[in-house]
Ligand binder design. Structure first.
Ligand SMILES: C[S@@+](CC[C@H](N)C(=O)[O-])C[C@H]1O[C@@H](n2cnc3c(N)ncnc32)[C@H](O)[C@@H]1O
Length: 508
């Protein structure tokens, strides 16, 4: 996540998709924490509060079976969200009510999920109270609440300089007050450093704020309500809605061997109290953002129930095996993905054209005969936590149809230079990142082009037309280009790795 995005006020961030909001990912996070949660059925109701331009809610409404509700008081956001959701044919209930107005509505159903991403830190105390009360009344028992927020340990050092810049901007009273404030902040930090009072990291923070955008967004950063909370404060607040903390959607957190050095693990092992333990983790990692799953009346599952639920958990690779890195770098050090269990799990998941597989199927695979279920689960959490795999579902025909309708709309927007750089996957129940170049290549494939040369010719039409947006930038499912003939390399990468993966995820 971009640094400024984590801290930015509720500025208009174009086209952001947040996979942690995917109901399948939320259930997986609850499972990884050992908690029973909302049943995995086709008739769930999901509420997203403060959905911004609505990319997440639009893709989830297309790619899963539930009914989606949401509100965002910015009418422009609400309009864009409704239009994206409508593009797939999904039935949604998206409004531009303020939270307090929404909470008073009499037509609200009870929800299985209530989620808010990037909202909690940027609203008033009154709005937080309205949300807690809404969750208390309208989240079903066993339902999942998802809340992400900025935490004090990582952000606290930046509070004084933000306050200084906000004061400067309020007094400058001109159109360019915000960027003037940013310059002023940078000058103060640099002069202070010359005087021998350097605050580590502050200059880098201001560079990140500046790099993230100008004008409105910096304005919002300086003027918005910004409240940092600690984990224990937030958990205490949400207890008012009868919510119990289950775990984080950052799946690596659920396997401490991945998240902490042995010394930190020994320290954590001494702490039984969950509030103290999570808060300690945040101080250990200098955490800036938490993205947590809470459960209404949550209770840990019995060992038998947990094993049964893990056995039926479906996963799919989202990185082609040929693209899988050999190693990932985690806090305790470098972990090899070619080692026995992760290597065999990757190979097993790639079989059958990457068809999704349950943990039980993976455990029964001959290559994994000597691995325990816990080893296989840990390997899956490693792959999912590092972005190479996701929770999966068996989609209905209606879901596949909605995703393909939405993806045609996305491709049409890419042709018109207004890209939403995601494709809906009926298999993951959410969006897959793609670059605009990939969207254009998909168009070419649709028209029957299936060779490197014909794809390259198609893309050059855009490049020759001077379309800067089609530049060969790398995105997660975009081509990586180094030297040689750039466009040909991109086309080749697309045909050998990207397209097979998008087909496996049934995004095309
Ligand atoms: C920082 S943005 C986050 C948007 C989106 N969830 C994301 O993470 O990209 C916060 C959103 O909450 C909305 N919002 C803030 N206060 C609100 C309120 N009282 N009622 C309804 N929406 C509100 C804003 O309009 C904005 O779109």
């Amino acid at each position: 996540m971009h640094e400024f995005h984590a801290a930015q006020a509720c500025a208009d961030r174009a086209h952001g998709y947040h996979r942690h909001l995917n109901p399948g990912e939320l259930r997986l996070a609850a499972l990884a924490a050992g908690y029973a949660s909302a049943p995995d059925d086709d008739d769930f109701r999901y509420l997203e509060l403060g959905f911004g331009p609505g990319v997440s809610v639009g893709f989830h409404a297309a790619a899963t079976a539930g009914t989606y509700w949401g509100t965002d008081s910015n009418p422009g956001h609400a309009e864009r969200a409704r239009s994206l959701a409508a593009a797939s044919g999904a039935q949604t209930h998206l409004s531009d009510d303020a939270f307090w107005e929404f909470a008073m509505r009499r037509d609200l159903p009870d929800f299985d999920y209530i989620a808010l991403h990037g909202v909690w830190s940027w609203i008033t105390d009154e709005s937080r109270e309205v949300i807690v009360d809404l969750i208390r009344r309208k989240l079903k028992p066993g339902g999942i609440a998802y809340v992400s927020y900025n935490t004090a340990p990582g952000w606290a050092p930046y509070v004084p300089v933000r306050q200084l810049m906000a004061l400067f901007a309020a007094r400058a009273d001109t159109a360019s007050a915000a960027s003037g404030a940013l310059r002023f902040g940078a000058e103060v930090i640099s002069a202070g450093a010359d005087d021998g009072h350097a605050v580590p990291d502050l200059a880098r923070h201001l560079d990140a704020v500046e790099a993230a955008g100008h004008g409105e967004r910096i304005d919002a950063y300086l003027s918005g309500d910004w409240t940092l909370s600690t984990f224990s404060e937030t958990a205490a607040h949400l207890a008012g809605a009868r919510l119990t903390f289950a775990g984080s959607t950052r799946l690596l957190d659920s396997v401490e061997a991945f998240g902490f050095t042995p010394r930190s693990r020994q320290l954590l092992d001494r702490i039984d109290d969950p509030l103290l333990r999570e808060t300690t983790k945040d101080v250990l990692t200098n955490a800036r953002v938490r993205s947590d799953v809470y459960i209404k009346g949550g209770r840990p599952m019995s060992d038998e129930a947990l094993s049964a639920q893990w056995a039926s958990q479906l996963f799919v690779l989202t990185t082609h095996a040929s693209e899988m890195p050999a190693h990932v770098l985690l806090p305790p050090g470098v972990i090899s993905l070619r080692d026995r269990v992760p290597g065999h799990v990757i190979a097993a998941l790639a079989e059958d054209d990457y068809a999704p597989k349950t943990i039980a199927q993976l455990c029964a695979h001959p290559r994994l005969a000597r691995a325990s279920a816990d080893d296989v689960i840990a390997a899956m959490l490693l792959l999912a936590g590092t972005g190479h795999a996701r929770a999966a579902q068996h989609p209905s025909a209606a879901i596949v149809d909605r995703c393909h309708t939405l993806n045609r709309h996305v491709r049409a927007r890419a042709r018109m230079g207004d890209p939403v750089e995601y494709l809906a996957s009926p298999v993951t129940g959410g969006a897959i990142d793609v670059s605009r170049v990939v969207l254009l290549f998909l168009d070419a494939v649709e028209q029957g082009r299936d060779t490197v040369q014909s794809l390259a010719r198609y893309l050059r039409r855009y490049l020759n037309a001077g379309d800067a947006a089609a530049r060969p930038d790398a995105a997660p499912h975009g081509p990586r280009v180094e030297g040689g003939d750039v466009v040909e390399s991109m086309a080749e990468h697309f045909l050998t790795a990207t397209l097979p993966m998008l087909r496996a995820l049934r995004a095309v």
